[in-house]
Design a protein around this ligand. Structure first.
Ligand SMILES: *Cc1c(COP(=O)(O)O)cnc(C)c1O
Length: 383
């Protein structure tokens, strides 16, 4: 059976972990944490970078930083992972779910402004599959109403947005705050892991305090204060040096990893793009302003029935494909709280999107076999 995902090891992970252990400093915020944070800040032009234990943690930090209080409204897509919403629900926010675009699971920025009320505090965008949302429009609305923008960039490492000013910016460098994931299913991994990016200077000092359990410990170690203590709310959000050492080995190979993933992505796209005119699935689309980081390859099936059939046929042929998000406005936890608006595009992708295996060690030959299986089923289904 070809798995859906297989974590890729670059080869240096164990050596760096050994080095971290031998150094005698294995708690967080040490040599490897700094190496990772500096690497990412320099490569992508991010503001302050703080490694976290997960993207979920980074989102929780973001919710604390923008001071979400009971009843504040936060707009975000319904087609996303639970953590995008849960981080804000934990602080008492009322979640206002927005619909996806018709052609892509990303939030429909053109219809976002209607959702803003006097209680709206923030917009959370999710760059689905590492494909940029329409950030010019999102930032325009945010500026107009004085809202914070948080990028859920969990899937968006090494991906870019080119705005109407022609400047190409890394995803995660545009909003006031951004959250990345290094979970083993993402492009760059550390088992569990994440990062908060703080682009707005106003948040930088407090972010570090929240990160260090509500203390000014980081300022103390820099010699800025003579003793450290409890100065704000916070939690234990930083990962150990063992995790950071693993992550640094991955980051050093980011170009090789991205090149490989893009090659496989393009292979799927070529093989699935040819065939009969009447196809029961469509291929992923990318707007002109977005780059492709090959986080995932998916097809959008013409019907729920065809997707189920496809999923099973691929399984029978030895390939593990998977469906993706169940729209959060229809989840058991949220459905009673939802304001009742119908979100047809979000539901559409819930029913029809199918993700195909994509990982570093997948052979190109296999992507071609998977594509062939899909094409064959398409042809027999048409008959
Ligand atoms: C993976 C993912 C998360 C959660 O990341 P963790 O590091 O597992 O907490 C959040 N949002 C999106 C869109 C994701 O894909």
């Amino acid at each position: 059976m070809i798995p859906f995902n297989k974590p890729f090891l670059t080869g240096n992970e164990i050596a760096y972990i050994q080095d971290a252990v031998a150094s005698g400093k294995i708690s967080g915020n040490g040599k490897y944490t700094n190496l990772c944070q500096d690497f990412l800040r320099n490569r992508y032009g991010f503001g302050k970078c703080l490694l976290t234990s997960s993207c979920t943690d980074a989102l929780e930090m973001a919710a604390i930083l923008v001071n979400i209080r009971e009843g504040d409204e936060v707009i975000m897509p319904a087609y996303t992972f639970v953590s995008t919403a849960n981080a804000f629900v934990l602080r008492g926010a009322k979640i206002v779910f927005a619909d996806s675009q018709t052609e892509h699971p990303n939030i429909d920025a053109q219809r976002l402004e209607n959702l803003v009320t006097s209680r709206t505090k923030a917009i959370v965008v999710v760059h689905y599959a590492g494909v940029a949302c329409d950030m010019d429009e999102v930032m325009r609305i945010a500026a107009k109403f004085g809202l914070f923008v948080i990028e859920d960039a969990a899937q968006a490492i090494d991906s870019y947005y080119t705005g109407s000013d022609g400047i190409k910016k890394a995803l995660g460098s545009i909003g006031h705050l951004a959250a990345f994931s290094f979970h083993e299913t993402k492009n760059i991994i550390s088992g569990e892991g994440g990062m908060l990016v703080v682009n707005d200077k106003h948040f930088m000092e407090r972010a570090e305090i929240i990160w260090e359990k509500g203390t000014n410990r980081s300022a103390f170690f820099r010699g800025e204060v003579d003793k450290y203590g409890w100065v704000d709310i916070g939690s234990s959000f930083l990962p150990s040096e063992i995790v950071a050492a693993f992550l640094f080995a991955q980051l050093e190979c980011i170009e090789t990893i991205q090149e490989r993933r893009l090659k496989l992505w393009n292979r799927y796209n070529e093989c699935l793009g040819t065939g009969p005119d009447s196809r029961l699935f469509t291929l992923p689309t990318l707007p002109d302003f977005a780059s492709n980081n090959a986080h995932m390859y998916y097809v959008v099936c013409g019907s729920l029935a065809f997707r189920s059939l496809l999923l099973n046929s691929l399984k029978d042929a030895g390939f593990h494909a998977v469906t993706h998000y169940l729209s959060l406005h229809k989840s058991p936890f949220f459905k009673e709280k939802h304001d009742g608006r119908v979100l047809p595009n979000s539901d559409y992708f819930t029913d029809r999107l199918l993700r195909l295996p994509l990982f570093y060690e997948l052979e190109e030959q296999i992507t071609m076999q998977i594509a062939k299986t899909i094409q064959n089923l398409n042809s027999s289904y048409m008959l």
